[in-house]
Design a protein around this ligand. Structure first.
Ligand code: C5P
Ligand code: MG
Length: 258
């Protein structure tokens, strides 16, 4: 069976014989008619084929965080978690967690895709993100309970146009994109340094080159798509982390004031 069919079957997205009810637009994840016990992914059997997004963008702010591998997305997201009380969801981290989850039927596939620097079929990644958002809304951080509106940084996502459309349409319409730009030379240097301690199977020169290629060919069109809709805040990720963060703050203040 082709890999995409296997994924759809496991996630109950093969709706050839069943129909999916339209989701509500509340902040709670919608329920689904799919049998809960049959899925093997570490997520409840909610549907990602919503006709309306599972979470309403009036209640939930979603910022996508994009930029080449090693550009410093994770570092800057950590600053924003401290100062603005975002919940930070890294698509790569969620995929790596799913990869090593003992019962996952996607572990081997995810491993292959990551090593090759290729984009994992979006059904898996969107599902993991939708579940993580739902979990955070169910157990919000203290700052949200104290009045900060629910807000998420979705880091390293969307890396491909199909992910962008699927997320905006079925999970939550995104508000803006923070895009970190940098030269490949600088990113390569940072990744080779990180590779000494990261333990990541893709922080080696061969995988890094493939990741750069995927970023240019597959992910930059996503940036351009949102740029065409005036939603991209481009931040040159050059100089010290503090210098970069000062620029990030200006952008985030502007986005949140909208
Ligand atoms: O963002 P990060 O560098 O952690 O991503 C590692 C790998 O995870 C990517 O090279 C890709 O194989 C996979 N990935 C994906 N789709 C995403 C994010 C990451 O397939 N949206
Ligand atoms: Mg990262």
């Amino acid at each position: 069976m082709p890999v995409i069919e296997t994924i759809k079957k496991a996630l109950h997205l093969d709706h050839s014989s069943t129909s999916t009810p339209a989701a509500s637009s509340s902040t709670a994840p919608s329920s689904s008619t799919a049998p809960a016990a049959a899925t093997d992914l570490a997520v409840p059997a909610t549907s990602i084929t919503h006709e309306t997004p599972a979470f309403d963008s009036k209640d939930v702010t979603v910022l996508f965080v994009l930029g080449g591998p090693g550009v410093g997305k994770g570092t800057q997201c950590a600053n924003l978690v401290n100062d603005y009380h975002f919940v930070h969801l890294s698509a790569g981290d969620l995929l790596r967690a799913e990869q090593i989850r003992p019962d996952s039927e996607f572990g081997a596939m995810i491993k292959d895709y990551i090593k090759e620097g290729k984009i994992v079929p979006m059904e898996v990644t969107v599902k993991l993100l939708e579940t993580a958002i739902g979990d955070a809304l169910k157990s919000p951080p203290a700052a949200w309970a104290a009045g900060t509106s629910p807000r998420f940084l979705i880091d390293g996502f969307p890396r491909k146009m199909d992910q962008a459309h699927k997320f905006d349409d079925s999970v939550c319409a995104s508000k803006a994109v923070l895009f970190f730009s940098c030269t490949e030379e600088v990113m390569l240097e940072r990744l080779m340094e990180r590779g000494k301690t990261s333990g990541r199977e893709d922080d080696n020169k061969e995988s890094i080159i493939k990741r750069f290629r995927t970023f240019i060919e597959t992910s930059m069109p996503v940036v351009e798509y949102y740029r065409g809709r005036n939603r991209v805040y481009e931040i040159p990720a050059i100089g010290s982390k503090e210098d970069v963060y000062a620029k990030v703050r200006v952008a985030v203040d502007e986005i949140l004031a909208k």
